[in-house]
Design a protein around this ligand. Sequence first.
Ligand code: 9MR
Length: 488
Amino acid sequence: MRSALFRADFEAAADGFVGRSQNEILTVSDEAALSGVHALKVEGRTSSWHGPSLDITQKISVGKEYTVSVWVKLIEPEQAQISLSTQIGSGSGASYNNLQSKQVSQNSDWVELRGTYRYLSTDFVSVYVESAVATASFYIDSVSIVEEDSQPAVVEDITPLKNAYTDFFPIGSIASAKDLSGLRLELLTKHFNIVTAENAMKPGELQPRKGEFTFNAADAIVNTMLEHGIAMHGHTLAWHQQTGAWMHTDADGLPLPREEALENLTSHAKTVAEHFKGRVVSWDVLNEAINDGLTAELAADWRASLRNSPWLQAIGDDYIEAVFLAAQEADPDAKLYYNDYNLNNQNKATAVYNMVKELNEKYPGLIDGIGMQGHYDLNTNPADVERSIQQFISLGVEVSITELDISAGTDGRLSDNASLQQALLYARLFSIFRQYKENIGRVSIWGLDDGSSWRADRSPTLFDRSFKAKPAFYAATDPDAFIAEYQQ
Ligand code: 9MR
């Protein structure tokens, strides 16, 4: 039976909700209400992660699934995306799982955000509401948490996915602190032989303040994986997101002087690459530096195709070679990757091709590989993916599929038909990857199971919320047989 675990109506108090930072002002307000006459008003936010949070560590049981529901009403600005998420663990090993996000407007009535999550550890667990718009203010009301009566998660006795790929390439997954023990670790070690830290090795996690390196959470992931015979891929030395603003921007929000930003960038890359030297086989040196929505004409000029990131603003386009050179100096044995999404888009792929070609002509062997993230959906055309793989291979670099997931369904529901379409697309893609095995470094899935995926609402991985292998798993294991059996 489902059983109610928690309810908050904010009629008399904040009911246990506190701000995630010191900035938010949370007040019980009678200006609006979904039920009763009060709601919790959230204002004073200055960062996207700010918002009301409820610590439920003591309320939940390990292994159980919980459905969280909260109603929100936007105050300002006119439009904003609001998200309900759950945090598992604390510090830089923490995972932040989105349960549901919606675009809301001032004119919208109250909107429900809802999602289900299975907790397999209870070090620290909270649920919270945030908004991509840093300064957005909103009300929340009628929060409920219900314990589901679902099947317990079990690791099935099936052939490990990695065994189907011993003659092809390593098969990867991702990890955070929550994956270092129990059933999650069991599922991970059974099927995968290379791991990327989902968040723990990003710049903002490893050097939150200048000169203050925090390696504990990342070391715990790396060492646990190595102890289990799993290789590690490093992600990422440089990015425009999840990076302390101090690295490239001054207190007034202006780009730092070039030399200072350059020093921050390269000293971070060197210190981090040296720290993990011998423990990671490859690095995403630079993540997501190229723009989306390029025309063919623009793509022909990679410099004109660069994202206007804070790094570009502070340093100029040679920040790219600088960070690769720093990584090469610090760990000459690691394979150095440029990593990006939407590389099945021909124009974006061409801009990356041109950039890597020029840099490798200038510094032979500098960039070893191109990472195609692979956040796909049912509209993705495998022929586009194959074309980009061929284009990159023609540069003499290896290609890895670094963050593969295929979104299907909504609100965490996947119909049988959508599940089959998803599996067929996995099969077509894996069939292509197998053909290019000589040039493919690894294929990694971005999410161990649907429930813990960054796109949990779109069920994009190989395992469902109870760790049962989905049709997608069998499609990945034996793509040609799967296509032969299920292709209409
Ligand atoms: O899965 C990651 C999620 O937990 C983080 O909140 C998010 C922050 O930007 O990053 C996600 O991982 C991203 C990866 O680092 C780079 N490519 C896109 C991934 C999905 O957003």
